[in-house]
Design a protein around this ligand. Sequence first.
Ligand code: ADP
Length: 448
Amino acid sequence: MFEKILIANRGEIALRIHRACREMGIATVAVHSTADADAMHVRLADESVCIGPPSARESYLNIPAILTAATITGADAIHPGIGFMAENAQFAEMVEEHGFTWIGPTPEHIRIMGDKVTAKQTVVGLGLPTVPGSDGPVGSLEEAVEIGQRFGFPLLIKAAAGGGGKGMKVAQDVDGLREAYQLARGEARAAFGNDQVYIERYLARPRHIEVQLLGDAHGNVVHFGERDCSLQRRHQKVLEEAPSPGLNATQRERVGSLAAETARRLGYRSAGTMEFLYEDGEFYFIEMNTRLQVEHTISEMITGIDLVREQIRIATGAPLGYGQKDIRFEGHSIQCRLNAESSVTFMPSPGRIEGYHAPGGLGVRIDSALYDGYRIPSNYDSLIAKLIVHGSTRNEALMRLRRALEEYVIGGVETTLPLHQRIIAESDFLNGDYDIRWLERFIARTTG
Ligand code: ADP
């Protein structure tokens, strides 16, 4: 087992990883920018190293600084968390070349799945259904128009290097396609330095269903059921639940085993998630994230398994030690992402926390690095807390969520907490009757 792990991240996810390490008796090294000197992930870690100025490019993305921090502190392994270096295959390779263990999938799998065109082609080869569209990258406007005529509209142009909904544009007709094609390429070039795009049919009212997977270095793969992440704004997840209220037992079993079987054929190691769109009884693979996800928590709540601990065990070369039939699914879990932004205009609201009270009680979990007096820097993602509830039924989980949201006090900044209160008062949500566009329709209707 490792004695010391460097956590190459910040905020709630750095804390989340620290907690797993602590329970396993592993010492932790925090890295931080100058903007995060007072951050909770730094305070709780056994050791910390400042790796640069506030700009993420010069700190959390600064490979030499991170590797130097691991060397001087004598860390055995590096956990990248979520975002920043987590899906950087070259970094994963460098970590190993410098004699540290990379807590994550093989660089090869990160590379395959990091390019969504290659990812789609790979899983099609392994028998997974995908959204109909271009077979590969679309290199010219003429080719895009030809695809438009072949598949019909609406179409979605997506960036091969995509993430966070960037470089994604909908086209309603040929004229729209001409414009969207150029816009998507420009956005992809700016965001990822890679302007390759591909085209998919734009599904009208799908649900976003994803499957949490874990594979070890010995060819064993299990799944932890699905998560419904259909509640999105600008292709970004807002609230997630597991299991999905939109699937029955047969569909659930089908998507779980489809994903696990594909990952087994890939020889996938560590935690990963296969994302699907689900419409009219069909699942379509859209992408695989080769890392832990923000919403891994709800899968933990319904299975009782600590996914970060499992990632760490797997990285040591240990076998999973259990099979699919040993994973017991219990109850229902919901996660609300709380961002430091206005719940009406969604403008960022960084600043100092004045007054903080987190809810507690049975079935309530908070993953957050907030504390009273903490100053939220403006340099990073606006996610500040995850409120997660668990209940034996969906109704019980909802009941707990309602009262936990009422109890939660985050003073001094605006947060999206009121948005969650509005969502869970809606009958469509209560009935589990929503698709990936429901939330945007709801926001448009209620905030004008
Ligand atoms: P990213 O990596 O940028 O998050 P994804 O491929 O995961 O991109 O898609 C993000 C979201 O965009 C999905 O959850 C879904 O809401 C929407 N989306 C993606 N592909 C399609 C499609 N073919 N039709 C309709 N919506 C889509």
